[in-house]
Design a binder for this molecule. Structure first.
Ligand SMILES: NC(=O)c1ccc[n+]([C@@H]2O[C@H](COP(=O)([O-])OP(=O)(O)OC[C@H]3O[C@@H](n4cnc5c(N)ncnc54)[C@H](OP(=O)(O)O)[C@@H]3O)[C@@H](O)[C@H]2O)c1
Length: 155
């Protein structure tokens, strides 16, 4: 399906200069032992298989020296928090996938970005307070993970 989407966007005379891989899924916050296996795996379906399919659909239409921006997550590389195993592990795997894209295609410029927490539909799941001013977007990841740990531990 994504191949069709790319083919509809471009034709033989147009190439893609900038590709942003933004789609992402956060499984419900749950401990590994009690998580819903299907929902847990959905993180990998979207964050890994979705990225894999998107890369393969994009490459035939990539301009020389195209830029690839992968919207990853601070939670991929921050200290691990209970309840976020699907999201964190699928996102760190996704970061690695885009690193491989870079080494396989040195002509591209591949950038993994790891944003902090921004209030969106996704973060409603975490029960974390949204804090969308510019300074907070950069700094509040540590604050948010601290509060997430406290809320999961019930303290
Ligand atoms: N919000 C944050 O604090 C935060 C922090 C760090 C990184 N990120 C990353 O930022 C990106 C955008 O997230 P967001 O916060 O804007 O969350 P969001 O509001 O939940 O948006 C997620 C987006 O991903 C798309 N998507 C989800 N599953 C998909 C699938 N299987 N196939 C195609 N599209 C799918 C959704 O499309 P539909 O609307 O059509 O469902 C939606 O556009 C994600 O990669 C997320 O991991 C977010």
């Amino acid at each position: 399906m994504i191949q069709t989407a790319f083919e509809q966007l471009v034709n033989n005379f147009v190439k893609i200069d900038v590709f942003v891989s933004n789609a992402g899924y956060m499984s419900n916050i749950a401990l590994i032992v009690t998580s819903d296996a299907e929902d847990w795996w959905e993180g990998f379906e979207t964050n890994i298989k979705g990225s894999f399919n998107s890369i393969r659909a994009f490459l035939p239409h990539a301009a020389a020296n195209a830029i690839v921006l992968s919207v990853n997550a601070g939670l991929a590389t921050n200290p691990s928090n209970p309840g976020l195993s699907s999201y964190s592990s699928s996102k760190i795997a996704s970061a690695k996938l885009f690193e491989h894209l870079q080494v396989e295609h040195p002509e591209l410029r591949v950038i993994n970005i790891h944003p902090g927490v921004v209030g969106t539909t996704m973060t409603e799941k975490t029960r974390m307070p949204a804090n969308n001013n510019r300074k907070s977007r950069v700094t509040n990841i540590g604050y948010q993970t601290y509060h997430l740990q406290r809320s999961l531990l019930g303290v």
